[in-house]
Write a protein that binds this ligand. Structure first.
Ligand code: DX5
Ligand code: ZN
Length: 218
């Protein structure tokens, strides 16, 4: 069974309570929260102060995607704000293993994210320490971009690696996921699907989520 994690980057922040409720009512598994610092990626969103307030209005597990430099500086803040999964980028710190250990030390789930150009080999030695690998299927920074086809190969490689070692690790994909490509990406081996524009720009969020599930039932 897949997990669906709508990215609130594409939500309407003047109406955020209603938008979060809409995806909750549609039965999504996680809420994907994109934190951007204007340095690691060419965009700025929000930080732990805002996430703390989201926590007051929702009980869905928070899937926090940190696109910030040296994320280890703020892990504790994001845990306190209510994160259930924290994902850091391989490219964002020279001490990525330490950052993962730090996340785990708070008793929550840890994920490692890879930019489109970063090879799967980079996570080989981290697989025993993480709960999730996030394969970016667009360059991080913005919602509404086109899915990069070359990332499919990486998803397949990672799926093989995880199955060979019989590990219990989620493969999350993020960027350009829509009704017309979710089945193919699922077949490559992903099981957690982030979708921002496809969900929040949809006229019928319930139907879009239902279609995601229907399209990945084989
Ligand atoms: C991009 C973010 C994504 C983004 C996805 O840097 O990590 O989570 O919101 O948006 P869509 O689904 O519109 O590509
Ligand atoms: Zn994201």
């Amino acid at each position: 069974m897949i997990k669906i994690s709508p990215s609130i980057l594409s939500a309407d922040f003047s109406n955020i309570r209603e938008d979060i409720k809409k995806v909750e009512d549609a039965g999504v598994d996680l809420l994907h929260i994109d934190v951007m610092d204007g340095a690691f990626v060419p965009n700025i969103t929000f930080g732990q102060v805002v996430i703390k307030d989201f926590r007051k209005i929702s009980k869905i597990p928070f899937d926090v995607h940190l696109m910030i430099e040296k994320p280890e500086r703020f892990i504790e803040d994001f845990v306190k704000a209510g994160a259930d999964i924290i994902t850091v980028h391989y490219e964002s710190t020279v001490h990525v293993h330490r950052a993962i250990q730090l996340i785990k030390s708070f008793g929550i789930k840890a994920g490692i994210a890879l930019n489109p150009a970063t090879p799967i080999e980079c996570v080989k030695h981290l697989l025993n320490d993480v709960d999730m690998v996030l394969i970016m299927t667009v360059n991080p920074g913005f919602g509404g971009q086109k899915f990069i086809e070359a990332t499919k190969d990486k998803i397949k490689q990672l799926r093989t690696l995880i199955d060979e070692r019989d590990l219990d690790i989620d493969i999350e994909v993020d960027g350009g996921i829509k009704e017309d490509n979710i089945a193919e990406v699922f077949k490559c081996g992903a099981n957690v699907f982030v979708a921002g524009s496809a969900v929040f720009n949809s006229k019928d969020i319930n139907l879009t989520i239902k279609n995601f599930r229907r399209l990945t039932e084989f």
